[in-house]
Design a protein around this ligand. Structure first.
Ligand code: C2O
Ligand code: CU
Length: 463
């Protein structure tokens, strides 16, 4: 397995026991491996450029790959060495609500020098990731993210497993991060777009492979706001999972779209011949930009392997009686060219100018902030049909915590399980899921500037 060499290099309990452990789980806090958020540096740009000051888990961007067998516990003592409060959210994991890491909803933000013990079970195998859920629009842009891989009990037959975390940084000419995290121009448009792309924190990511090798590529979009249309060259294969969840039948991998926070698991064979090359490409309009390059150093096998079997399904509940399901509407509003006259904030109606003064440019159902009332309160086990209407001029990557859902086509056909769905301008997308996980779950756009600018609400699943 060729994964980052940061794997499992925990700074095991070397830190002094200062600060408060805010949550006392079953594990003894001192025995738990530490996950540290701290300033550090990363060599994002090759050549003579200086290293970039970043914020990262264990001081690096990306943070360590956390691997756990399906059904086992993930236990980490989070230590905040940032100059800001933070928290850790485990994106896509259907976990116990208290461990969801949403500052202000499921836990208080962890202050600088504070700690929090995360301890939860990972019920589903697949590709997940972790990131802060406090000032996410700044903290992710500074480099705080890492992969969380939940391993299948019987893993597919592959030659190598690669996690590829795709990020979009906004750098100055000396390779330092550009500031302006709160810029309303970004918030009201597509979000903070960068000018430098990395895979696993490397500007020109490269690997050596052999012809005929079968790779599992776990693609994760960790960018604040950029949508990546992707293609493959010299690689031929199948999509086997989306947002962690296996497809019932692997699908040929052609042009793919990876919106913020989404994942795609591929099983691909290297079909390029020695002296050739293969790549995962960002299809940027007319341009093809190789994000990850694979240099062919030899030949492993001559014959093509057959198509891979589907990955074993995860125990996600399927909606039963859709006709009887409760229906809720979520209308997305605002943003540049959005014609929104105003929205509710702090319980009163505000015009656009006042909203902008308060950092809001978007709304859900006419409300631009998190209210005490959830978008919907569900009984445990209830099937929910949520109609999401994009009444804005921008695409939005809509994410629900603690649950996976399916998009229901107008003809009743059901799409693959997802936790984040891209909804295009003017599009209406209906999603269906079983609200089986009790607690308070966020529902927001994963363009992080949109989430902070008003596109955040929550659902309440009763115990
Ligand atoms: Cu990836 Cu609310 O999060
Ligand atoms: Cu959005």
């Amino acid at each position: 397995m060729a994964i980052s060499r940061r794997d499992f290099m925990w700074r095991a309990a070397a830190l002094p026991l200062s600060g408060t452990v805010l949550h006392g789980g079953a594990a003894r806090a001192t025995a738990a491996p530490v996950l540290r958020a701290a300033p550090g540096t990363a060599k994002l740009v090759p050549g003579d450029y200086p290293e970039t000051p970043i914020w990262g888990y264990d001081g690096g961007a990306p943070g360590p790959v956390i691997r756990v067998p399906q059904g086992e516990r993930v236990i980490r003592r989070f230590v905040n060495e940032l100059p800001q409060p933070s928290s850790v959210h485990w994106h896509g994991i259907r976990l116990n609500n208290a461990m969801d890491g949403v500052a202000g909803l499921t836990q208080p933000a962890v202050p600088p020098n504070g700690e929090y013990l995360y301890d939860f079970r990972a019920p589903d195998a697949g590709t997940y990731w972790y990131h802060p859920h406090n000032r996410s629009w700044e903290q992710l842009a500074r480099g705080l993210y890492g992969a969380l891989i939940v391993e299948e009990k019987t893993p597919p037959t592959i030659d190598r497993d690669e996690v590829l975390l795709i990020d979009d940084w906004r750098l100055a000419s000396d390779a330092s991060l550009q500031g302006g995290f709160g810029a309303m121009m970004d918030w009201s448009h597509g979000g903070r777009m960068g000018n430098w792309l990395t895979v696993n924190g490397i500007g020109e990511f490269q690997q050596k492979v052999r012809t005929g090798e079968r790779l599992r590529l776990r693609l994760v979009n960790v960018a604040n706001a950029r949508i990546f249309p992707l293609g493959l060259r010299g690689l031929d294969g199948w999509v086997v999972a989306i947002d962690g969840q296996p497809l019932a039948r692997p699908e040929p991998a052609g042009r793919m779209v990876l919106a913020p926070a989404q994942r795609i698991d591929l099983v691909v064979d290297v079909v390029a011949q020695p002296t050739g090359f293969a790549s995962v490409d960002f299809l940027d309009g007319d341009e093809i930009y190789p994000l990850a390059r694979f240099e062919i150093t030899g030949k492993l096998r001559n014959q093509r392997l057959g198509p891979p079997a589907a990955l074993p399904p995860n125990p996600v509940p399927e909606p039963a009686d859709i006709g009887k399901a409760r229906r809720t509407v979520l209308r997305m509003q605002g943003g540049a060219m959005g014609r929104m006259p105003g929205a509710m904030m702090g319980g009163r109606m505000m015009g656009m100018r006042d909203l902008v003064r308060n950092g809001r440019v978007w709304a859900f159902n006419g409300i631009a902030d998190m209210t005490d009332a959830p978008l919907l309160a569900a009984a445990r086990g209830e099937t929910i049909r949520l109609e999401m209407i994009n009444d804005t001029a921008w695409p939005h990557a809509m994410h629900i915590h603690g649950h996976h859902f399916r998009k229901r086509a107008t003809d009743g056909g059901m799409g693959p399980l997802r936790d984040t769905l891209l909804v295009d301008p003017e599009e209406t997308a209906e999603i269906v899921f079983v609200a089986d996980n009790p607690g308070k779950w966020l529902l927001h756009c994963h363009m992080l500037e949109h989430a902070a600018g008003g596109m955040t609400t929550w659902i309440d699943v009763k115990a």
